[in-house]
Ligand binder design. Sequence first.
Ligand code: ZN
Length: 332
Amino acid sequence: MNSKERFEAALRLEAKDRVPAACPLQTGTIDLMEASGAYWPDAHLNSDKMAKLALAAHTVADIESVRVPFHNDYEAEAMGCFLGGWKKESQPVKVEFAVKTVEDVDRLGVPDPRKDGKMPVVLRAVEILSGEVGEDLPVIAAVCAPFELAVRVRGMTEVMRDLMLRPEILRRTMKIATETAIEYGKALTDSGASAIALIDGSASTLGPQFYAAYCLGPTREAVEKLGTLTVLHVCADTKLILNALADTHVNGLSIDTVVDIALAKEAIGDRVAIIGNVDITDTLWCRSPEKVEKEARECIGKGVDVLAPGCGFSPLTPLENMRALARASRTS
Ligand SMILES: [Zn+2]
């Protein structure tokens, strides 16, 4: 099996020769920037550099996938948000939200991924990667899940206020966000992405009742209309919404370190591939390669389908620790 076949078999819960070490989350680190000569912020804005840095996760750090982009605000920026704080060692920050008033929701449109903002930069990077390694490696492209995009264009405080006081505004924002995820995800697939990672960083803050009421339907609609292999990543503690996350019909669920792999496998492992979940801060950033390898082996022992970090790699992750993660899967 090559890396692409192994990853796809894992996502489909089919037989595989071993657990792959692939990463559906951001892989840009300072060490890989130095190894590839492609640095942030250029690698956010230039397709060649984006592809070069993404490829280094495989050629330098041995991860069995390539993944773009390295921040999650491409759609929000194309919809009118303003980003600032472009730095080598951290992702850009939101300076201004696109939706500041209720009236702004009416002006919000679905961006054209081939024209608007920097979305075409990501499409082109996917094309480059797909041409270079698409037969052998999974080329994973990220899009914001509907709730995540609503938060990114509106701000968490206002989204929570909408949820309580004017739910129809949140539903309208979510509708546009859902269409955006579908359009952008399809364009990325057309450019050669073999899997789409839907990022839903904040969804666990909603709790089971609100997740079911606001997120489940739109996320499932996006998954079904994308019609390709999908991974859903939700940050933090998702124990109470695991069943609802499986109900979105994604192929793979990428879980944070706080959720035990064995517990997730027991709850939903017959319906969705479980991806994770070595600690990105305490372990991957701060500990030794031996400790990384030990934790990675524990994930494999608990039945993880794809070995990965519990969230995106910190830019400060030492190269040897990324290699140790990959080594654990190859030698288990
Ligand atoms: Zn996360």
